[in-house]
Design a protein around this ligand. Sequence first.
Ligand SMILES: C[S@@+](CC[C@H](N)C(=O)[O-])C[C@H]1O[C@@H](n2cnc3c(N)ncnc32)[C@H](O)[C@@H]1O
Length: 391
Amino acid sequence: MFLRKNDLWRVKFCFKVQESGHQRVLPGISHHVCPSLTRSCFFTFSALEMSKAGALDLASGLGGKIEKDDVLSAVDKYEKYHASFGGLDEERKANYTDMVNKYYDLATSFYEYGWGESFHFAPRWKGESLRESIKRHEHFLALQLGLKPGQKVLDVGCGIGGPLREIARFSSTSVTGLNNNEYQITRGKTLNRVAGVEQTCSFEKADFMKMPFPENSFDAVYAIEATCHAPDAVGCYKEIYRVLKPGQSFAAYEWCMTDAFDQNNRDHLKIKAEIELGDGLPDIRSTSQCLAALKEAGFEVIWEKDLAKDSPLPWYLPLDTSHFSLNSFRLTAIGRFFTKNMVMALEYVGLAPKGSQRVQSFLEKAAEGLVAGGKKEIFTPMYFFLARKPQ
Ligand SMILES: C[S@@+](CC[C@H](N)C(=O)[O-])C[C@H]1O[C@@H](n2cnc3c(N)ncnc32)[C@H](O)[C@@H]1O
């Protein structure tokens, strides 16, 4: 039953959105929808039926802290930082705060909608769901750091706090999340309240290149797929070194180009540029650059490894359009098709700001770049290291 041409139909809906443990009701949004609404909109509303809360949360969060009328121009500015739009590495590094914050204001709602509360990949075992693998990957960091009940831990670049809440509960520690994005912190505080962890989990809005903590403050520090946003790895690791207590450990999952990446291969460079554009990155470093930066910052490296190498299932599987999974349906080709059309309709009826479709398209490019980078093994989002600040 597709819409017939010239149908003028009225969509009346009243969504009850579960958020923060309270019911938020958007009553009687009523629209005369013009005849140009096509078959894709039918899919769109089918998608809304499937997940009302997710769809409206996605729409209401789009643009983050950016004024809704300014979203389109923010997308323009963001894209212009990147190589595919003529931008230079040096400009991205010099303006990293603006570039990264614009990215997360624009992309966070999509991340949360498609990925959940933790914004990272994970190695995956057969029979394991994406959610299970993500939690296991977080537990692995806690175990490597040897976290003990009552310890004070820092999460560098904490997103909306999915890993922080999991690690605090898993290890009975107190975790401070450091993040430079105001919108993500607002979401994180809400989610902390919902999870009932606000006594042991907190957020600090600051740049990880200039941390607002005295030296020797933390018993352990970790970073999950976050320090890749730093314009300078040595500067960022030195800040981590400074706030960590002597004899204590720092562990991370870094986004890196692997040894298979060839600077002179145009295909490789295109993939790298797609990942940078789609993920708000200034310039993806190689695994050896990260290792050298850790040592230069003063750390003793205990062990390091690209965990993608022995993952039984590839980490990029959820984004691979040839793969289908009901568990992570929104990330599949059909799920993404629904999302694309849903965003188009939400933007059309004014529930999502203008520019939302453009964000969806560069995230789509990112997914393509990540899958291509993963398949060619020139890119990894899980270069793991455990490093210690000497006594
Ligand atoms: C891919 S997200 C990962 C978030 C989180 N670690 C997780 O796994 O859910 C990267 C995070 O780094 C944060 N970030 C990027 N640059 C930052 C900076 N200069 N200072 C503090 N946080 C930053 C972003 O705001 C975002 O929250």
